[in-house]
Design a protein around this ligand. Structure first.
Ligand SMILES: [Zn+2]
Length: 69
């Protein structure tokens, strides 16, 4: 199995598939088995399974601070 990607609260990422609003930039608000992210175009919050989210990441724009587990 692939190790989980280093995702941090505060990360700003570009996803491959645009949101229905047309936005592709998201800020991560919650990390765990599910990833919570806010679309920076329409401010909507979504919760998606981590594996689902990881494969959609195209690029990191900003990295959040490293937090101890
Ligand atoms: Zn949106």
């Amino acid at each position: 199995m692939r190790p989980p990607m280093d995702l941090r609260i505060g990360d700003v990422v570009i996803l491959r598939k645009p949101h229905p609003c047309g936005g592709t930039t998201w800020r991560i608000e919650r990390v765990g088995a599910d990833i919570g992210a806010v679309c920076l175009t329409c401010q909507r919050y979504v919760l998606v399974p981590r594996s689902h989210f990881e494969i959609r990441i195209k690029q990191f724009l900003e990295r959040g601070p490293v937090t101890e587990p």
